[in-house]
Design a protein around this ligand. Structure first.
Ligand SMILES: *Cc1c(COP(=O)(O)O)cnc(C)c1O
Length: 244
């Protein structure tokens, strides 16, 4: 299947999932999770009508941007960000979805103020409370959201979550429901900012229909658009210093 055929298929499924949930399919934005893809493939998915590319790695973002690969689409950052990389992304991407600590939030604010820009952000929630994952625990979302709306240079747009990986179909629905409730809660609490807080990013290739059923407005899909990613390359063997 070509990327364009995959895009069409995913769009059909988005439409069906939205209608089944009594939602308008236009409320849901499909973003392409483009990690490990080439600039050529990124151009292909944009030509097929995808309007947002989501990148995990700053290095890949910088390389594709240099190639002009994103022309016609927005770019989001969805991977863990180190503060020393912020100069490459703040003011250069449309949305940073992976704000997972107060430290990072404050650093984004400082960089944005320095550049005189406003950076749109989401807070990333560790909804399954997994030790192996980044993201803030659910009970810390509201306090951090309050800080975010008070800081200059950043505009809080909503929440992002990656639930635990589960082989069971439907297993993540309770997590999606929980994050939707958090989203409703922060909108109810931050009344002055609720016009801005409109984005709920959840759902990937395996579970985006469930995420849509539970209120997602943005889904991040990689494998279902591009096919399986190649396994990470094995670590290179140590280079011998002695000439053979
Ligand atoms: C890779 C990735 C996705 C897409 O995953 P697929 O299962 O390939 O659809 C979505 N979100 C994040 C944060 C990712 O790293």
């Amino acid at each position: 299947m070509s990327v364009a055929e995959n895009v069409a298929l995913v769009r059909e499924r988005i439409q069906a999932a939205a209608l089944a949930a009594g939602r308008d399919p236009a409320e849901i934005t499909l973003s392409a999770a483009t990690k490990v893809q080439t600039s050529e493939t990124i151009r292909e998915v944009i030509a097929a009508g995808v309007t947002v590319c989501s990148e995990n790695h700053v290095q890949e973002f910088v390389a594709h941007q240099k190639d002009g690969a994103y022309e016609g689409a927005k770019v989001h950052i969805i991977g863990h960000l180190q503060t020393n990389k912020l100069k490459y992304v703040v003011g250069k991407v449309d949305l940073i979805e992976s704000v997972d600590s107060l430290h990072l939030l404050e650093a984004i604010s400082r960089q944005a103020v320095k550049l005189g820009v406003t950076q749109d952000i989401l807070l990333e929630v560790n909804i399954g409370r997994e030790a192996s994952k980044t993201g803030i625990p659910p009970e810390e979302v509201l306090p951090l959201a309050e800080k975010a709306v008070a800081l200059p240079g950043v505009r809080l747009r909503g929440l992002m979550a990656i639930p635990p990986i589960s082989p069971e179909p439907g297993a993540n629905r309770p997590f999606f429901a929980e994050i939707f409730q958090l989203f409703v809660d922060i909108r109810a609490n931050l009344v002055d900012n609720r016009e801005d807080i409109i984005c709920l990013s959840m759902g990937m290739s395996q579970d985006y229909e469930d995420a849509i059923a539970e209120g997602a407005t943005l889904i991040r899909v990689g494998t279902a658009l591009f096919g399986p990613r190649p396994p990470k390359p094995a670590q290179a063997p140590p280079v011998s210093k002695d000439p053979a």
